[in-house]
Design a protein around this ligand. Structure first.
Ligand SMILES: Cc1ncc(COP(=O)(O)O)c(C=O)c1O
Length: 382
């Protein structure tokens, strides 16, 4: 089996999460809306999980809406909480995940005013530029990714939220990559809403939450009164229980995770520094402890990815493949990275199952690949 180094894409289920879910997968599970004992048991399991999530993110349980993941949560926020008839704009950034950028594109097509803040060359929202874009604007919603999924760069969410009028602007952060890797306390950060997905923090796939302290203008999914009429459809009890357990484990382990993952990332980057011409994007600004987004000037990202896959390492490339045309990442483009270098981008995202030995093996294999290049190419990169 390959060494898995793609935890920002998804992370393996924690054994204790699987254990917590099993009774809800094996035994008859009631519908949480049913009044009989099976239903009441299912309801109680859902509400205990909700309390665990609330404790992890520092919010009131009532603010949590279970969704199918981060994508649905982001869509729900933008489609159910925004006043489309208003002339007041929504402000976001050009380095968001597509689950924010695509709904924003749709809203713009419907006539909603959308302002996208720019990134600086380190992958952080440019605060000076933002000030001039936000100042004197009657913003109805500000949505800023907490930590970017490609670069891992942590965004100045608090500074940006201080630029809007908090009496009239809902402040949201897509915290899908941050939850479980960094402590996120909504009340301390003064956030009105966050989105996230369980499978990024060792919970099951297909479950996540929008946490928001307001009522929707209209529900995104109708036809059921679940989630306090905010998201229709029978709850996925086993997945919600899994999310609750993953949230509990993340809360207890968060400091250890940060410390351990930083150690792996820094050890890898120290080895990478020895490879001529290697670039780590966003290296000089605060980043997720587990993420290294890098490029080697002479290796196309997808070619390197396939070489590494053949050698037993599972990583991600930074480019998007649309109808067999490979495009550089929109995040690297926003950072002003040259397309040729951006097409070489590779993302390593470590997890708690990885070890320093994995780091060592990956770095050694990278070095071997570079050493096997014709000398003329290696010299050109120095
Ligand atoms: C920052 C961010 N937001 C949203 C999502 C979407 O999450 P999901 O695919 O679980 O719906 C992802 C997934 O990679 C992400 O990284």
């Amino acid at each position: 089996m390959s060494i898995y180094l793609d935890y920002n894409a998804t992370s393996p289920l924690h054994p204790e999460v699987l254990e917590a879910m099993m009774p809800f997968l094996q035994n008859p599970v009631g519908n949480p809306s049913s009044l009989h004992s099976y239903g009441r048991m299912a309801r109680s399991a859902v509400e205990s999980a909700r309390a665990e999530v609330a404790q992890l993110v520092g919010c009131d349980s009532a603010a949590i809406i279970f969704t199918s993941g981060g994508t649905e949560a982001n869509n729900m926020l933008l489609k159910a909480y925004l006043d489309r008839s208003s002339r007041r704009p929504v402000i976001s950034t050009c380095i968001e995940h597509p689950s924010v950028l695509e709904p924003l594109k749709q809203l713009r097509a419907e006539g909603v005013q959308v302002i996208l803040l720019e990134s600086d060359c380190d992958g952080r929202v440019d605060l000076e530029a933002a000030r001039s874009q936000i100042e004197n604007v009657d913003t109805q919603m500000l949505s800023v990714i907490y930590a970017n999924n490609e670069t891992g760069v942590i965004q100045p969410v608090e500074e940006l939220s201080a630029m809007v009028d908090r009496d009239i602007c809902l402040v949201h952060s897509d915290a899908t990559q941050a939850i479980g890797k960094l402590p996120i306390d909504m009340s301390r950060l003064a956030l009105d809403a966050i989105s996230f997905s369980a499978h990024k923090l060792r919970g099951p796939q297909g479950i996540g939450a929008l946490v928001v302290n307001r009522k929707p203008r209209q529900a995104l999914i109708t036809g059921g009164e679940q989630e306090n009429k905010r998201r229709g459809g029978t709850e996925n009890v086993a997945a919600i229980v899994g999310l609750g357990k993953a949230a509990q484990i993340a809360r207890l382990e968060i400091e250890h995770r940060q410390h351990y993952l930083t150690q792996l990332r820094d050890a890898f980057e120290a080895r990478l520094a020895a490879i001529p011409g290697s670039v780590v994007f966003g290296q000089s600004v605060p980043r997720l402890p587990n993420t290294t987004y890098f490029a080697l000037p002479y290796y196309h990202g997808e070619t390197l990815l396939m070489e590494l896959d053949r050698s037993g390492f599972a990583l991600a490339s930074g480019s998007a493949c649309h109808s067999s045309v490979t495009e550089p990442s929109h995040v690297l483009k926003a950072m002003g990275i040259d397309d040729n270098l951006a097409l070489n981008a590779i993302r390593v995202s470590f997890g708690m199952e990885n070890s320093l030995q994995d780091v060592e093996q990956l770095a050694t294999r990278l070095q071997q690949l570079v050493d096997s290049l014709p000398a003329v190419i290696r010299q050109a990169a120095v």
